[in-house]
Ligand binder design. Structure first.
Ligand code: OKP
Ligand code: ZN
Length: 342
């Protein structure tokens, strides 16, 4: 399988994450991609290539222009305001307040974010654009006839909505790629989000649509980030009703029950009959992940890679989360090897 990747991910190198009341080194760090790439090369997964530059047009199909402008100027505006640390929001348009965008950068950060852990700093925007190009390049390979491709995206994307960043995400790479399939002639795309966290951004983007069937397996929102979306009764709205499905799972979930949810999700993709499948591939379901609570073992990733292959559809893997850096390479590449029956 082809892997698309670029060193530009290293430009996303924030020094801080607001975690447990402290500013700590971010869990979402450059070493994550280094480990995955190392492992993919060690097992000779296939060819490796750099992304092409698609510009912002395909990104604008998903994200609001003003949100993208904000991301592109945020760091400069933050520095110009004289702030000394990385850009972190402190206030939001909470219940019963107005949702007008303020002019001052501290207010804009709250307007355009869904959480406070994700600091913006020098290079964040460049890396986010490169990550989207990685997804689009892998998507284009499939459009040209490849049966699968691996977009080694970083930063991740599935928490980003049309106009909010957060949860380590800025541009929703999986959504941008799914839209590219549709814009190039596909009629139906299925997105299956196997990251530990609910793909709230992807769900929100396609909630009213029937041309993208979104499903997510994740830690129950009562106990896990993003906390405010991902319940089982969220099924889509208007013509999108029935084209969202959620499988919230409790703390301690192992592969026996995770696999049951996966079997159900796979069957529903089969029934939908998509022209392409996009997998939001997070391996933070791993038993030793530092911020998650599922109990998958390394071999389980191979097993579910094979389940995805059974669909026999063109399949784009888009990297999302996974924070057990030591094992992230084995776990992520196991999915791809299971898919390829290696
Ligand atoms: C991104 B992806 C630890 C909790 C942080 C944000 C988690 C973002 C996960 N401070 N909450 O879905 O892997
Ligand atoms: Zn995650």
């Amino acid at each position: 399988m082809l892997t698309v990747q670029t060193d530009k991910h290293k430009l996303r190198d924030a020094k801080t994450e607001l975690h447990g009341g402290q500013l700590v080194p971010p869990f979402e760090c450059p070493a994550r991609v280094d480990r995955i790439l190392e492992r993919a090369k060690a097992v000779k997964l296939g060819e490796f290539r750099e992304p092409d530059d698609f510009g912002l047009d395909p990104v604008r199909r998903i994200h609001d222009a003003k949100f993208l402008d904000f991301l592109s100027t945020c760091w400069d505006e933050w520095q110009a305001a004289g702030f000394k640390g990385e850009a972190i929001p402190t206030g939001w348009p909470a219940r019963r307040m107005q949702t007008r965008c303020p002019e001052f950068i501290d207010g804009k950060l709250g307007y355009y974010s869904l959480a406070a852990e994700t600091a913006i700093s020098n290079g964040t925007w460049e890396a986010a654009k490169a990550s989207a190009n990685v997804a689009l390049t892998a998507q284009a390979e499939i459009a040209k006839g490849a049966s699968s491709a691996f977009a080694l995206c970083r930063p991740p994307g599935h928490h980003a909505t049309s106009d909010m960043y957060g949860g380590y995400c800025f541009i929703n790479n999986a959504a941008v790629a799914a839209q590219a399939f549709l814009d190039q002639g596909a009629s139906r795309v299925a997105i299956l989000d196997v990251d530990f966290h609910h793909g709230n951004g992807t769900q929100d983007i396609f909630y009213g649509r029937d041309d993208v069937f979104f499903q997510s397996l994740h830690g129950e929102p009562q106990h896990a980030f993003p906390y405010f979306l991902g319940y089982a009764d969220e099924l889509g709205k208007e013509k999108g009703e029935g084209f969202t499905a959620n499988y919230p799972l409790p703390p301690g979930t192992d592969f026996a029950s995770w696999g049951d949810a996966m079997t159900a999700a796979i069957k529903r993709i089969h029934d939908y009959g998509p022209d392409a499948v996009v997998i939001s591939l997070g391996v933070d379901t791993y038993k030793d992940d530092p911020i998650s609570f599922f109990k998958l073992e390394s071999d389980d990733y191979k097993t579910y890679g094979a389940m995805i292959a059974d669909l026999k559809r063109p399949t784009l893997f888009v990297m999302e989360g996974g924070y057990a850096v030591e094992e992230i390479g084995i776990n992520a590449v196991n999915v791809l090897m299971g898919f390829e029956d290696k």
